[in-house]
Ligand binder design. Structure first.
Ligand code: PDD
Length: 287
């Protein structure tokens, strides 16, 4: 049974309780993170914590824990759940807290609700283009809000887009803004490859500043063998790409070989994916 953390206490996940007046429940008023640990080693722990602290500041949730205190809490939770498997993810959720009424304005003198639990995650995929899991996607217009850079627990927009892909038998939905520019996936960032160049949309309010995205960009730039660009990516470029990847803490770098029922590139996992995933795998624990 997963041991959860709730407001200072460790307890079995099934026993964790919050009030229905919690603003996370009523308004989706909170920030969350998902952080992977493989054999006890985290990927991007500090960047995840820093993004979370920035998210809390962006929506004015006052949480006094320092980055170091967060690190200790999350490492402890993983250690307490070591019987759950070799590879674990930790989910962290901080809502604005529990009010005495339902009222939109931020309440004064309310303590944030802090809830974390660990769960088993898949083994990393093999660095082998003939054996890795391949993904299929649909494309659709990005109809979420204008603050996608904030990792808000209010995920209905993402959930609806994910479901569009899922209910039509696909793994994910690839999102384009009203100008036909690529933003991201419903629960992941996106990259294309054209003529050996790795390209991903610029970081702005239309996409989450993905930690996996950041690790990929930094590790590829440090390695230097692949050319990398952060810029606007048009729908035509996606349709004509040699490769399409989606990235997240749970998927790492996942190759997409079908988009809207058509093959991406030659329909096989690309050589650039293999080269990039090798570089990422070799350095992911350094972040
Ligand atoms: N999803 N974009 C969106 C909309 C996401 O929800 C996620 C992550 C990402 C990738 O971010 P990162 O590399 O930091 O995981 C991009 C998480 C895993 C989730 O909601 O479960």
């Amino acid at each position: 049974m997963s041991i959860a953390y709730l407001n200072g206490d460790y307890l079995p996940l099934a026993e964790a309780r919050i009030s229905p007046l919690d603003r996370g429940f009523l308004f989706g008023d909170g920030i969350y993170e998902v952080i992977p640990y493989y054999s006890g080693k985290s990927v991007g722990l500090m960047p995840h914590i820093i993004r979370m602290i920035n998210g809390l500041a962006a929506i004015e949730i006052k949480c006094t824990k320092t980055a170091e205190e967060w690190k200790t809490l999350l490492d402890d939770l993983i250690a307490k759940n070591s019987d759950m498997g070799e590879n674990l993810g930790v989910y962290v959720h901080i809502s604005r807290g529990t009010d005495v009424k339902r009222y939109h304005a931020y309440p004064e003198n309310v303590e944030p609700t802090i809830f974390c639990f660990a769960f088993g995650i898949k083994d990393p995929e093999p660095v082998d283009r003939t054996a890795v899991t391949q993904y299929s996607m649909i494309s659709t217009e990005d109809l979420r809000w204008q603050r996608c850079h904030i990792k808000s627990t209010a995920l209905l927009g993402n959930v609806i887009h994910f479901q569009e892909g899922y209910s039509s038998g696909h793994d994910e939905a690839l999102l384009f803004n009203a100008k036909g520019e690529l933003t991201e996936g419903s629960s992941c960032n996106a990259f294309i490859v054209k003529d050996g160049v790795v390209i991903t949309p610029t970081q702005d309010n239309q996409i989450l500043p993905g930690i996996t995205r950041r690790i990929i960009l930094d590790s590829l730039k440090a390695d230097g063998s692949l050319k990398v660009e952060e810029r606007i990516v048009t729908m035509d470029e996606v349709r004509e790409a040699d490769e399409l990847w989606i990235t997240s803490s749970s998927k790492e770098i996942a190759p997409v070989t079908k988009l809207d029922g058509k093959p991406v590139g030659n329909g096989e996992v690309g050589e650039v994916w293999q080269a990039a995933f090798k570089i990422y795998t070799a350095s992911k624990f350094d972040f």
